[in-house]
Design a protein around this ligand. Structure first.
Ligand SMILES: Cc1cc2nc3c(=O)[nH]c(=O)nc-3n(C[C@H](O)[C@H](O)[C@H](O)COP(=O)(O)OP(=O)(O)OC[C@H]3O[C@@H](n4cnc5c(N)ncnc54)[C@H](O)[C@@H]3O)c2cc1C
Length: 479
């Protein structure tokens, strides 16, 4: 590797770049990618650091879990998206410290200097203090989670096909989804189709009517963040396609093959109910990336209860105008109603773009209009050709909702190839009722201890170093 091309920060390939401010973006998700794209060709040097080498389109993860599409259809390599921009360098690594006084981030055992830092490391899943549930009930945040859910569901069906005991078969044909937000509804709707249609068409020993998907939520309706009419439409559709709703249910314990919930009775008392299921999935809790708390320790900035960094109008933190925090990692309450913007793709994309433009404007001594969030609404897909959408008060459900959902998701997808592939796979599934990606791959519990980034010993220059085993961590991405 030519020395002059190594590390944009130290030795930019062109002399002209040396005098330009260096923007380090940590996280190439919705917010970080948009920031980098907005800085393409601008008079700044950009380094984008991510612990994965791809941008993940999380809203379609449930389709990977349900075998509708494959991993590569919802992920785009960052180098393909940005690698040809002359002023952007992409580095693979997990940032594990920030020295705000020295203006340096630490990753892969190196310290790396910035003039501006954009932190966009997103969020991960939370088990509300019950981390012991994680092995039994994979969450859905990264590709390995979706793979694991698909693997578990398909393995359970394979085992059921060879099981003479009808009770055991019934257990194996039952999936329990915890959390009735958009992800839980989308996953339930997709899995119930898989569990009934696939079983009907492809498993000789199994009775499709024995397949069950149970959706548990503590609220009195699914999709509580949406208008009640859309919750009702979604709940009605889920039940129509065979999902059993257990509303008002608080999970007490999760063990292999069973979930215990406390249900509130009309008289105010609670009843305990045990639900047996061969596969359990968790979509109930979110926590911000640990870099939020780390930043608070290093700079004294505030974080909210969910670990999100409380930011100023321009997404900076107190006393550090050069540090901006965007996307799921930030709590931005400078809104008309004072409520923080939700942890969703729309706000993340708009924050990333605005912050990038603000940095360019300020570094050139120009002013920049304040951030205004444009709320396009929210939507959730509940099943084949059925979605609910609330577009700033224009509420639709059914096929029209699905068309709007499909268009919006294709528009958001950063990669044209994936856009085309997804459209073809969706149309194929509608026409044939077949799923394109029902492979059983990976190893059991692949959602635990995901290996990401570069091996430290390899980085230290020891060519003989075999990949060193790293201790399993509860969850390594995002967060
Ligand atoms: C299953 C699911 C479905 C969803 N559906 C919708 C939907 O339908 N509509 C919607 O609007 N929103 C949806 N969301 C929410 C949306 O995906 C998030 O709000 C959005 O991804 C947040 O963007 P972000 O850039 O903040 O973080 P992310 O997109 O999560 O990106 C964070 C990036 O940071 C990297 N990273 C993390 N830690 C480090 C580190 N220490 N060092 C280096 N890199 C690091 C990660 O690898 C990742 O690439 C969904 C989320 C999930 C999980």
């Amino acid at each position: 590797m030519a020395a002059e091309r190594f590390f944009l920060e130290l030795d930019p390939p062109e002399a002209a770049l040396k005098s330009l401010p260096h923007v380090v973006i940590v996280g190439g998700g919705f917010a970080g990618l948009k920031a980098a794209q907005a800085l393409r060709g601008q008079p700044v040097r950009v380094t984008l650091i991510d612990k994965r080498n791809f941008n993940l389109f999380q809203p379609l993860l449930y389709q990977v879990a349900g075998g509708l599409v494959s991993e590569a259809d919802v992920a785009s390599p960052l180098r393909q998206l940005l690698g040809n921009a002359p002023n952007i360098q992409i580095l693979l690594g997990e940032v594990d410290d920030i020295d705000a006084d020295a203006k340096e981030v630490v990753f892969n055992d190196r310290r790396y200097r910035y003039d501006h830092l954009i932190l966009a490391t997103g969020s991960g899943s939370s088990y509300f203090g019950h981390e012991e549930w994680r092995p039994e009930a994979p969450p859905m945040k990264i590709i390995e989670h979706a793979d694991e859910i698909r693997r578990r569901v398909l393995m359970a069906l394979e085992e059921a096909e060879q099981t003479p005991d009808p009770e055991r078969r019934k257990l194996l044909q039952t999936v329990i989804v915890i959390g009735g937000g958009p992800t839980g509804c989308e996953l339930s709707g997709s899995l119930v189709e898989l569990m009934t249609h696939a079983v009907e068409q492809e498993f000789k020993q199994l009775d499709a009517s024995q397949s069950r998907v149970v959706l548990i939520d503590p609220g009195d309706r699914v999709l509580r963040a949406m208008h009640p009419s859309l919750s009702e439409a979604a709940g009605h559709h889920l039940q129509k396609v065979g999902v059993e709703l257990v509303l008002g249910g608080r999970v007490q314990s999760i063990r292999e093959g069973e979930v215990v919930v406390n249900l509130k009775d009309p008289d105010g008392s609670t009843t305990s109910r045990t639900i047996a299921g061969g596969t359990v999935c968790w979509t109930a809790g979110v926590r911000a990336s640990h870099l939020g708390k780390l930043l608070a320790e290093r700079t004294g900035c505030d974080v909210d209860r969910g670990g999100r960094v409380v930011v100023e109008h321009d997404f900076s933190i107190a006393d550090h105008p050069e540090i901006r925090v965007v996307g799921d990692l930030c709590s931005y309450s400078h809104t008309a109603d004072g409520k923080p913007l939700p942890g969703m793709a729309g706000p993340a994309v708009q924050m990333g773009t605005w912050v990038a433009r603000d940095i360019v404007a300020r570094s050139q001594g120009n002013s920049h209009p304040p951030f205004r969030f444009l709320d396009f609404g929210s939507m959730a897909v509940i099943g084949r050709s059925f979605a609910v959408a609330d577009l700033r008060g224009f509420r639709v459900s059914g096929t029209l909702g699905w068309l709007l959902w499909g268009l919006a998701h294709l528009a958001f997808m950063p990669d044209t190839e994936n856009r085309v592939t997804l459209l073809i796979k969706w149309l194929w599934q509608i026409a044939t009722n077949q799923r394109a990606s029902l492979l059983i791959t990976g190893h059991p519990n692949q959602h635990m201890g995901v290996e990401v980034g570069l091996e430290r010993r390899e980085l230290a220059g020891d060519p003989a170093a075999a990949p060193a085993p790293r201790p399993a961590v509860a969850e390594t991405a995002p967060g």
